[in-house]
Design a protein around this ligand. Structure first.
Ligand code: HEM
Ligand SMILES: [Cu+2]
Length: 547
């Protein structure tokens, strides 16, 4: 054998070792960031369907007053599981999946920093999801005290609670490992020329989100571990009868919980900051101020937790502090919304599906932001706490915010992932369908809340009937529309409406569009040429606008 064929042969064997695993092994033993990204995304979609079916179970019960389908116990379990599954199973893994798929491509890195740990981060998720589902079938059923797991209910609950606690431990471990990977990749593996302040916004938001997670996932783990020892090992952290304090749990939970809402929002900001410039054919307006805004939001998010607790009887000074700190977050958030609008301003906009979802995001996330400001006013919140106004508020930021950004991201990058173009008409139909029915579902909930309808109840007084029926009809239509999305994605993977070029969006300038579509299994094994990096960066930066 000549030297060169031997090298070839070796390279081939090497290649086999990396990419050769076929069938289930390819996925179980996956270490490739693209495979792991794909796993995350499909897992997330599965959880979205599961949590969605539970939401429809809730909405079916609430279509009219009286008990139709579920006993109150099961209703509360559905509500709780819906919340936990959507937050930890659908939204968070989707963002980690996107970060896995896109960060190495966007930053010019060959893979994520810790490929094997990456495998673990993903494979902890399915057992956690299984535990949550199994909890429905154990004596006492699933946790039913709400996704916030407040004691005393969470201490009194049956063994389903223990399964959920274990699930949360696993989910937390997964998040921490995923975050360590993201931080290390972003900080150490960028291509030459890609300085921190030249990174695409999605890299910035992923980085900051990962730091947030590393900071608060252990706090949640601590809180649920204290619950566990209160339940089984004789401690009294939260048990009033033993001298403990249930309100302490709320403080710890929300010290995690508020940063958590930004963990679900910041990556969405990043995605939208990629999509809007592309389809406005202009650089992102105010890039540096965007970075500062993301960082300030992240820092402030640690100082507002007790706005979830205005009704538990905080001292007036504490209420004032948390009220003003919360309002302060509106400043960097306002900067971001301003920049997004300024990015579109006088741009040569076109309205492909990703752009529609991004614009939908900007409009509806702002609505959710405003209802959040209303709730931040302590005397108002004391009236509104635990009403449907709160449910309306957080679904505006989570569904029209986080979820819409994920739909946008999927349409935006699907050509890169699959190598095929999706059906634009179906995509647009999916957008308008979702946009309309989302609002039909959730807008009336503001009125229900203002009128005093409490959340987490299976039955309600007659006066709330009309808006509830409207919301339920909206929810079923919204749910149905998601089949369009699934159909469009699957048919795209199977060939779609034709092959996608490397760069299907002429206005896009980031590095992922420099590799072929579908992105080959291995990309940027040697870092991209510095000139190539600079070319994209120049197009992203303001000085070269409007030539
Ligand atoms: C897309 C269709 C969705 C519908 C129709 C829907 C509907 C509902 C309903 C009816 C409730 C119960 C409100 C209550 O009784 O307190 C609820 C609670 C909740 N939802 Fe959704 N939801 C949807 C999507 C999502 C998504 C994507 C998230 C993402 C994180 C989410 C997060 C939550 C949370 C955290 C709760 C609170 C659970 C609790 O009270 O413990 N939902 N949702
Ligand atoms: Cu909060």
């Amino acid at each position: 054998m000549t030297a060169s064929t031997e090298t070839l042969h070796l390279q081939h064997a090497d290649h086999q070792a990396h990419a050769g695993a076929e069938g289930w092994r390819r996925w179980l033993c996956a270490t490739n960031h693209k495979d792991i990204g794909t796993l995350y995304l499909w897992f997330s979609f599965t959880m979205f369907v599961l949590g969605g079916v539970m939401a429809l179970g809730i909405r079916a019960e609430l279509f009219k007053p009286g008990l139709q389908f579920w006993q109150p116990e099961l209703f509360n379990q559905l509500t709780t599981l819906h919340g936990i599954i959507m937050v930890f199973g659908a939204i968070m893994p989707a963002f980690t999946g996107l970060a896995n798929w896109m960060l190495p491509l966007m930053l010019g890195a060959p893979d994520m920093a810790f490929a094997r740990m990456n495998n673990w981060s993903f494979w902890l998720l399915p057992p956690a999801a299984a535990l949550l589902v199994i909890s429905l079938f154990v004596p006492g059923g699933a946790p039913a005290g709400g996704w916030t797991l407040y004691p005393p209910l969470s201490i009194q609950a049956g063994m389903g609670m223990d399964l959920a606690i274990f699930a949360i431990h696993l989910l937390g471990l997964s998040s921490i490992m995923g975050s360590i990977n993201i931080v290390t990749t972003v900080l150490n593996m960028r291509a030459p020329g890609m300085t921190l302040l030249k990174m695409p916004m999605f890299a910035w938001t992923s980085l900051v989100t990962a730091y947030l997670l590393i900071a608060v996932a252990p706090v949640l783990a601590g809180a649920v571990t204290m619950l566990l020892t209160d339940r089984h090992f004789g401690t009294n952290f939260f048990k009033a009868a033993g001298g403990g304090d249930p309100v302490l749990f709320q403080h710890i939970f929300w010290f995690f919980g508020h940063p958590e809402v930004y963990i679900m929002a910041l990556p969405a900001f990043g995605i939208v900051s990629q999509i809007l410039p592309t389809f406005s054919r202009k650089p992102l307006f105010g890039y540096v101020s965007m970075v500062y805004a993301v960082c300030s939001i992240a820092i402030l998010s640690f100082m507002v937790w007790a706005h979830h607790m205005f009704a538990v009887g905080l001292p007036a000074t504490a209420q004032l502090f948390f009220m003003f700190m919360t309002m302060l977050i509106a400043v960097p958030t306002g900067v971001k919304v301003f920049n997004w609008i300024a990015t579109m301003w006088e741009g040569e906009m076109s309205f492909e599906t990703p752009m529609l979802f991004a614009i939908g995001f900007v409009c509806l996330f702002t609505v959710g932001g405003f209802s959040g400001l209303v709730l931040s006013i302590a005397p108002i919140d004391i009236q509104m706490t635990d009403t449907y106004y709160v449910v309306a508020h957080f679904h505006y930021v989570l569904v029209a915010g986080a979820l819409f950004s994920l739909f946008g991201a999927t349409y935006y990058w699907l050509p890169k992932w699959s190598g095929y173009m999706y059906n634009e008409r179906l995509g647009k139909l999916h957008f308008w369908w979702s946009m309309i029915w989302f609002n039909v579902t959730f807008f009336p909930m503001h009125f229900l809340g203002l009128a005093g309808m409490p959340r987490r109840i299976p039955d309600y007084p007659l006066q709330f009937t009309d808006f509830n029926s409207v919301a339920s009809i909206g929810a079923f239509c919204f749910g149905l529309g998601q089949l369009l999305f699934l159909y469009n994605v699957i048919s795209t993977i199977r060939g779609g409406v034709g092959k996608a070029p490397a760069k299907p969006w002429e206005g896009a300038h980031t590095l992922e569009w420099e590799v072929a579509s579908p992105a080959p299994h291995h990309t940027w094994e040697s870092p991209p040429d510095e000139a190539l990096v600079k070319k994209g960066l120049r197009a992203q930066s303001l000085e070269h606008d409007h030539e």
